[in-house]
Design a binder for this molecule. Structure first.
Ligand code: ZN
Length: 337
């Protein structure tokens, strides 16, 4: 039986990044402009190492490709899903999910992501990007951008080309604990003062529509106006899946401390809140877990000692891990396909 697989994050410095990954999560970050923590990633732009245990030092992509037993029938499920969507390829599917923490000290660019079919055709066979955000913290009065006010494709093009951003962008208030699903084609931006945990498809394709005229090393970052106009959905009709899905099952049939956040065709995401003890049945092909607050122990059903887990830890529960109990006072965000 496999132990929990601890993952070592990869950090990314960004012009909009900050230092809260150090001050709040205790990470050893590369600088005070650290914007992203790729907490569980098998993407070539930030392939995480396994932290300790039998596979110490191996990359997550290696584990996915070489030890399919750890991920149950996930690879087959992903292949079948791609076939059903008309996206047949001979290549072994990539690990389907990516978990990030984002610390936005200042505003992220206004951006949009493509669907699988567009990315497959225009981005060298990449997956598209559906993503969702759990708001870990934000300054009072903070807003985010989700959607736009253009009514037709013509109007969208015109508003972007003439830079009528105030009129174009749809700004909404954001609070700690909020959750947002961002489907492909949804214009969006996290604004300064916000820290989120993001669960997304394993893709790094972002089309930047507007970057506030900022410079990086003396030059503006690349914009992708044509691609953005191609993929932004018009009119804006809400920010994505409303289906929260089912809580993770617990042996006594109650929801325990589990709150389902979203269920869409790419992922299911849950928040687990333990104050004392909560037991769960693990029947997913794998479960990605991020401790976002507190500390405690995870104990495999039938065992006694378990392992200490604390805020900032990220790990995967393998397919055959079996049921587990969380003990202590802590909050986790978990995801699976
Ligand atoms: Zn995004």
């Amino acid at each position: 039986m496999q132990e929990i697989i601890r993952i070592k994050p990869v950090f990314k410095q960004m012009i909009w990044g900050g230092s809260r990954m150090r001050s709040e999560f205790g990470y050893d970050i590369p600088g005070d402009d650290t914007g992203e923590c790729w907490a569980v990633s098998a993407h070539p732009n930030g392939d995480c190492e396994i932290n300790g245990g039998e596979f110490a030092g191996k990359k997550l992509s290696w584990l996915w490709e070489n030890r399919q037993d750890i991920f149950g029938d996930a690879a087959r499920t992903v292949s079948e899903r791609q076939k059903a969507a008309g996206l047949e390829t001979d290549a072994f599917p990539v690990f389907p999910l990516l978990t990030k923490i984002i610390d936005a000290k200042s505003d992220l660019s206004i951006q949009v992501h493509p669907e699988d079919s567009y990315a497959m055709e225009h981005e060298n066979g990449s997956l598209g990007k559906t993503e969702c955000w759990y708001v870990l913290d934000c300054d009072p009065g903070t807003t985010i951008i989700i959607g736009h006010n253009a009514k037709t494709h013509e109007e969208l093009k015109d508003m972007i080309e003439t830079g009528r951003w105030g009129e174009f962008l749809r700004e909404v208030p954001v609070h700690k604990g909020d959750f947002f699903q961002i489907d492909p084609g949804t214009l969006h931006a996290i604004k300064g003062g916000t820290m989120i945990l993001e669960t997304q498809q394993n893709s790094d394709i972002t089309y930047r529509v507007y970057d506030y005229g900022r410079l990086q090393n003396g030059k503006p970052r690349q914009l992708h106006i044509k691609q953005s106009i191609d993929v932004i959905k018009v009119p804006f009709e809400g920010s994505g899946a409303k289906d929260k899905g089912e809580p993770l099952a617990s042996p006594d049939g109650t929801a325990g401390g589990c709150t389902p956040l979203v269920s869409c065709k790419y992922y299911n995401v849950w928040r687990l809140d333990t104050d004392g003890k909560d037991s769960y049945i693990h029947n997913k092909p794998f479960l990605i877990c991020s401790v976002i607050g507190g500390e405690g122990r995870i104990v495999r059903t039938g065992e006694e000692s378990g392992e200490i887990i604390r805020k900032g830890d990220h790990f995967i529960l393998p397919a055959d891990f079996g049921g587990f109990t969380l003990e202590g006072k802590m909050q986790l965000i978990c995801s699976s396909i």
